[in-house]
Each structure stands twice: as C-alpha cells, then as structure tokens.
Write a protein that binds this ligand. Structure first.
Ligand SMILES: NC(=O)c1ccc[n+]([C@@H]2O[C@H](COP(=O)([O-])OP(=O)(O)OC[C@H]3O[C@@H](n4cnc5c(N)ncnc54)[C@H](OP(=O)(O)O)[C@@H]3O)[C@@H](O)[C@H]2O)c1
Length: 276
C-alpha cells in the first residue's frame, strides 16, 4: 500500500502550480504533460528535442512553456533550473534505458546514464529546493522504475540509477518534509503504447501485464495532490514479485530466469542498442 507522506506537508494543489517536467518529449512525459495541464498546472516542458516539445505545447493550446535542455551536460540541470524560475513542483522524469551487459557499455554511455537518470535529478533538486524551503511549500517527484526496487539480467546500470533515485528520495524526504516540501517516487513497471519499453519492440510473456502512459501520468498527478511517498504503477503480480524480491533477491532472480527474464531483458536491450 502506498503510504501518505507525513502530515507536515500540505497537499499540493496542481491548479495554478508551476511544474517543471523533464523528459516531456518522451512517451510517458507527453502523457504527464497532458495530465498536469488538465489539472490546471502551469507546465514547463523540458527535454532536448525542441520540435517535439513545441508539438506538445500546441496540443495543449500553447499554454506550457518550452525549455530545451541537455541533462547530460555538466551544467545542464543548473541552467535549466535557473531558466525555470520559481517552481512549485519538479517532476524528474527524463531517463535513458541503459540495458545491456556491464562490459558492453562505453565509458561515455555509462556517464550519460548516470548523468541523465541520477545526477540531473539531484542537481535539479539542489537548485530548486532552497526556494521551496523558503516558501515552506513544494513537491519533488522522481520517476524511478520497478527496476529501482528489483534488478533484472542486463539491467545493472539502469537499476543502479533507479535504485539510486529511491535512496536519494528516501533520505531527502526525512530532511525536507518537516519543512513543508513533499517527496514522491513513482515506480512504473512495463508500459505499453509509448515510451522506452514500447519503443524497444520487446514482447512480454502473456502473463506479464502492462500499464499505459496515461495510467502512469494519472498516478503522477494523484501522487502529488495526495502527497504520496511511493507509488508503484504495475499489475498486482509484478508488484508482489517486486516486494518478494526485496526480502529474497536470489530466489526471486532464479524464478525470474525460469520465467524468461533473460530473453525479455535481452530483447529490450537490443531494441535500444542493437550493437551493444
Ligand atoms: N516506458 C517504460 O516502460 C518505463 C518503465 C519504468 C520506468 N520508466 C521511466 O520513465 C521515464 C520516462 O521514460 P519513457 O518511457 O517516457 O522514455 P522515452 O520515451 O525514451 O523518453 C525519455 C525522455 O528523456 C529525455 N532525455 C533523454 N536524454 C536526455 C538528455 N540528455 N537530456 C534531457 N532529456 C533527455 C528524452 O527527451 P529528448 O530525447 O528529447 O532529450 C525523453 O523526453 C524514464 O525515467 C524511465 O526510466 C519507463
């Protein structure tokens, strides 16, 4: 059961709130932009592909602001925060899939995954948090993954970044919630229709269920408004397997392998890095 965050954090109304959304040009980001805009938020859309951000801005009647940024650049996160100005809510959603064997990555690929998935959310937090603390109000939401709770074959690097977000948020929550700033981590499982899993073209065994980008986006908006600490967005079987993995990781890994996890993981990794 998702636990509500401490009562010292007031519920965050999205109506009229300024929300910086990273990874807005992606499969889940686009759905999040729609869900946040539908709740009356003033959405700041960020990613590298300005043309896609402009397309989303047009879909939303020109209301959002477009702030292109490359979060793998050393100063990219700090510069984005500066341009965003006063932000009530950060939705740190940008991410790279980073699947493959540890030895298959170049040094640059490893840095890019760590930079976009983990360093940028932490740097954005550092830049945006002081003003939130001063106002005694704000919300920080990090999009992790069920791979941030349980690791899979070929998922070491991706899981390192997504477990990292979970650890960062869990510690941060204890420091900032008493001062009025909420912290949420969202853990999607496999997402159909759009986004990095759908784009990989990988097929799941029939018993593994998925969620849609819209379901993830609704969960993100609701988690902010209901001040949830942690939210899984996946069918019960995946959530149960994940919970079991935290107490019996070796046994669950063995079961995962028997159920075909290597084949799925390899086809996801090949979908993104055919030569990896
Ligand atoms: N889809 C799933 O099944 C799934 C499951 C669990 C968790 N997640 C997580 O959900 C989040 C969104 O994923 P998605 O499925 O929407 O993936 P996606 O469609 O591949 O989108 C990734 C987003 O990250 C942005 N991005 C990548 N590199 C960047 C960089 N250097 N600087 C700035 N932005 C960058 C991309 O924008 P540009 O290319 O325009 O820069 C894009 O907006 C990720 O954190 C992912 O790990 C996804």
């Amino acid at each position: 059961m998702p636990r509500p965050a401490s009562d010292s954090v007031r519920a965050m109304q999205l109506q009229g709130a300024s929300v910086l959304l990273t990874g807005a040009s992606g499969g889940l980001g686009r759905a999040m932009a729609h869900a946040l805009d539908a709740r009356g938020a003033n959405v700041l859309l960020s990613a590298r592909r300005e043309d896609v951000l402009e397309e989303i801005r047009a879909e939303l009647g020109g209301r959002p602001v477009v702030l292109p940024a490359d979060l793998s650049d050393a100063g990219g996160a700090a510069a984005l925060a500066e341009r965003a100005g006063a932000v009530d809510v950060l939705v740190a959603n940008a991410g790279l899939s980073a699947g493959g064997r540890a030895e298959s990555f170049s040094a640059e690929e490893i840095d890019a995954a760590l930079d976009v998935n983990l360093r940028a959310p932490i740097q954005l937090t550092r830049a945006l948090l002081p003003a939130m603390l001063e106002r005694g109000r704000g919300h920080l939401l990090y999009v992790s993954s069920l791979s941030g709770k349980v690791a899979s074959p070929r998922g070491a690097l991706y899981s390192a970044t997504k477990f990292g977000l979970r650890g960062y948020a869990a510690g941060l929550r204890q420091d900032v919630e008493p001062r009025g700033v909420g912290v949420t981590v969202v853990y999607p499982g496999f997402v159909s229709e759009a986004g990095m899993f759908a784009d990989s073209g990988a097929k799941l065994p029939p018993w593994v269920g998925t969620r849609t980008p819209r379901q993830v986006a609704e969960a993100v908006a609701a988690a902010i408004e209901k001040k949830r600490a942690e939210v899984d967005v996946a069918p019960l079987t995946l959530r149960a397997g994940t919970a079991l993995a935290s107490v019996a990781p070796v046994t669950v890994a063995r079961i995962q392998r028997r159920l075909g996890s290597v084949r799925v993981a390899e086809s996801i990794a090949r979908g993104h890095r055919p030569d990896g």
